[in-house]
Ligand binder design. Structure first.
Ligand SMILES: [Zn+2]
Length: 221
């Protein structure tokens, strides 16, 4: 878009006829304003009424929540979801912090449809998809359309203390979501339970999924 805008600008400069210039300027303004719109929606640092006010920076669990919500017309945002009935737990299977996971969703080099609602690490929670829409994370259409996708980040780092902190924040987040959407613990499931994929790998291999669910229960009280 910027390249096109530059071309138009050059075109305007080359053509000196006044009536043509005015037409060019109108086109140029359109192009530039469209460009600005796209930039602002892609950076989307704020989003009003996110998850109907559930996740805010003064939430009861003390999680620091950031919103980097994809525009609803983004290909990674799915269909409208009236009320989520499951929570699907994932590990990112890499070393990146949660913020990078969310940034990657908006990266031009990322051509897949895969997405998630939340990414959490040892410090922060990032929300990427509005809860009113489904994300593409569970590998199965029916489950995607009725579940919240939670990615627990940094699952491939060697520092187990940091990984455990990320898991702890993930458990807090899941407990908050369960309360908000009235989702029972039986419906907090692994990605593995949906498709058989070995995910969340670090919780399955090391931490233990039952231990994770017990942690979630401790935050429900
Ligand atoms: Zn997964």
């Amino acid at each position: 878009m910027r390249f096109k805008a530059r071309l138009l600008m050059l075109f305007c400069l080359l053509i000196s006829s006044s009536f043509l210039i005015s037409g060019c300027q109108a086109t140029l303004i359109n192009v530039l304003s469209l460009d600005t719109t796209q930039v602002s929606t892609q950076s989307n640092t704020t989003y009003d009424n996110v998850v109907d006010g559930l996740l805010n920076t003064t939430n009861e669990q003390g999680l620091e929540v950031h919103y980097m919500i994809l525009p609803t017309n983004h290909k990674k945002v799915g269909y409208e979801m009236s009320k989520p009935t499951y929570i699907v737990v994932h590990n990112t299977a890499n070393t990146a912090p949660a913020v990078n996971e969310v940034k990657y969703l908006n990266s031009k080099s990322n051509t897949s449809y895969t997405s998630f609602h939340f990414a959490v690490d040892e410090v922060n929670v990032y929300q990427a998809v509005n809860m009113k829409y489904n994300a593409w994370h569970a590998g199965e259409n029916k489950m995607n359309k009725q579940s919240i996708g939670v990615e627990i980040a940094k699952s491939m780092i060697s520092d187990t203390k940091i990984k455990d902190k990320a898991i702890n924040n993930g458990a807090k987040l899941v407990a908050m979501l369960m309360k908000e959407y009235d989702i029972p613990i039986e419906r907090v499931i692994t990605h593995q339970a949906v498709t058989g994929k070995h995910c969340p790998h670090d919780i399955l291999d090391r931490y233990g999924y039952d231990n994770f669910l017990n942690l979630v229960r401790s935050y429900l009280k």
